[in-house]
Design a protein around this ligand. Structure first.
Ligand SMILES: CC(C)(COP(=O)(O)OP(=O)(O)OC[C@H]1O[C@@H](n2cnc3c(N)ncnc32)[C@H](O)[C@@H]1OP(=O)(O)O)[C@@H](O)C(=O)NCCC(=O)NCCS
Length: 153
C-alpha cells in the first residue's frame, strides 16, 4: 500500500542542522545492508559538519518530526540523498530531486551502488540514465557502483 503524503517543507540547511543530518544519514545508510559499515556516528558528525555543510548546498525536508530527508549538491553532483528510514516512500526524495533539477543546473550526476536496486529504480524513474559502471576499486566500500546522469531536455 502506498503511504499517504505528509505535508513537509524544504529549506537550506544551516550548521545547526549538522547533528540531525548526521543521525539521519547514519540510520539511512544502515539500510544498505550489502555494504560494510565503515564509520561510527561520530564519523558521520565530523563529515557532515566539517565537509558536507562546508562544500555542498544542502537542502533538507522537514515535517513535524524534524529533518526527514536531505540532499547535498555540489555543482552538478548530487553527493548525498538520504531519507530517514521511517519516512521513505512519502515523496521527500522526489521533492529534493525536483528542487535540485530546478536549481539552474543543466545536468545532474551521482554515484549509486549497483546493488542499491531501490535507489536505482528511484533515479531511473526520474530521468537519470546509467552512463558508467565500475568494479568499486575506487570507492571507500570497495563495492561496484554506477554513475547516473540526468540532462535538461
Ligand atoms: C532512495 C531514497 C533517497 C528515496 O527517497 P524517498 O524519500 O523514499 O523518495 P520518494 O518517497 O519520493 O520515492 C520513493 C520511491 O519508492 C516508492 N516507495 C513507496 N513506498 C515505499 C516504501 N515503503 N519503501 C520504499 N520505497 C517505497 C515510492 O513509490 C517511490 O517510487 P516511485 O518511483 O514509484 O514513485 C530513499 O529510499 C533512501 O533514503 N534510501 C536509503 C538510502 C539510499 O539508498 N540513498 C541513495 C544513495 S545513492
Amino acid at each position: 500500500m502506498k503511504s499517504v503524503a505528509m505535508p513537509f517543507e524544504l529549506r537550506q540547511a544551516t550548521s545547526g542542522d549538522a547533528e540531525a543530518i548526521a543521525e539521519l544519514y547514519c540510520a539511512s545508510f544502515r539500510l544498505l545492508t550489502f555494504l560494510p559499515m565503515l564509520h561510527t556516528i561520530e564519523g558521520y558528525r565530523r563529515y557532515v559538519a566539517g565537509v558536507m555543510l562546508k562544500e555542498c548546498a544542502v537542502t533538507v525536508v522537514e515535517d513535524d518530526a524534524g529533518i526527514i530527508s536531505f540532499l547535498a549538491l555540489q555543482g552538478e553532483e548530487v553527493r548525498q540523498l538520504y531519507t530517514r528510514p521511517d519516512r521513505i516512500g512519502r515523496g521527500a526524495g522526489t521533492q529534493l530531486i525536483e528542487a535540485a533539477k530546478s536549481s539552474g543546473v543543466a545536468a545532474l550526476e551521482l554515484w549509486c551502488f549497483q546493488a542499491n536496486t531501490r535507489a536505482r529504480r528511484f533515479y531511473e524513474a526520474r530521468g537519470f540514465r546509467a552512463i558508467r559502471f565500475t568494479d568499486g576499486a575506487l570507492n571507500e566500500e570497495r563495492t561496484p557502483d554506477v554513475r547516473y546522469r540526468w540532462e535538461r531536455d
